[in-house]
Write a protein that binds this ligand. Sequence first.
Ligand SMILES: Nc1ncnc2c1ncn2[C@@H]1O[C@H](COP(=O)(O)OP(=O)(O)OP(=O)(O)O)[C@@H](O)[C@H]1O
Length: 272
Amino acid sequence: MSTKEAYSPGDQPFASEPVSPARMATSIRDLKKEYVLKSETVRALRGVSFDVPEGDYVAIMGPSGSGKSTLLNLLGCLDKPTAGSLMLGDDDISVLSDDELAEIRSERIGFVFQSYNLIQQLSVVENIEVPLYYQGKLGSSERERAILLAERVGLKDRLDHRPAQLSGGQQQRVAIARSLINDPYFILADEPTGNLDSVTTDEILEIFDEFNNEGRTIIMVTHEDDLADRAKRIIRLKDGMLALDAKVSEERRDETRQAQRLAVEELLAKTN
Ligand SMILES: Nc1ncnc2c1ncn2[C@@H]1O[C@H](COP(=O)(O)OP(=O)(O)OP(=O)(O)O)[C@@H](O)[C@H]1O
């Protein structure tokens, strides 16, 4: 049986029952991005269209140069498209000014980078609060929320630690907690486990699973098939175009999760 099925957002389990339409975390239509250089124009995205309903978990894959970073930059409001539309919730970001883009970026996107991007001088809880600084929204209820998020990612006993006092996996947990402080449209993760060993990778993926099971939307760029098979859906780019948009079956996701857990247990048994 094929483990990846063609994805259709309109698929519903019981066609006869009325189902309210899914709310979209993002809707992309005929999205194009060109970089104009002196000698040539690079067409990095050449008309990409897809929707991400709230609660989805999407892995974006594709060979080097296929347009993944370009798409990520557009989704993260770090750059503007050349043509096409990109809706984040109800906001069409292709028509916003740079200031408005910056506002959405800081208020509504939860970034998780391979290199964590924490501020070394700040404690765990202060790092989680960073996106709120820009909005002047710091108070006791925000502090409580930051502490709660730190606890959710397993850092209850590390609230006052600085990044240098934490392992890579713990630093990435801080970044995940920080990504959620603003109640974002989605978590945008760029190779989030690229710097981590397999045991820690599994821990981070467990945290993603937990938040996704609670309805958080995750969009993750990865080169790893094993990581992508833990997502609900794989979007593959090739030469700036959509080459595949496929659902990962629950069976496949479970198999991958179990195989990774087994590998971690075997590794831990050998090293202990
Ligand atoms: N700022 C830029 N100026 C000019 N060309 C660019 C720029 N950024 C990306 N490109 C080009 O656009 C195309 C897509 O690049 P992009 O970085 O999006 O690919 P990618 O899939 O993320 O690759 P990788 O996996 O190697 O990071 C490439 O041909 C690249 O050289």
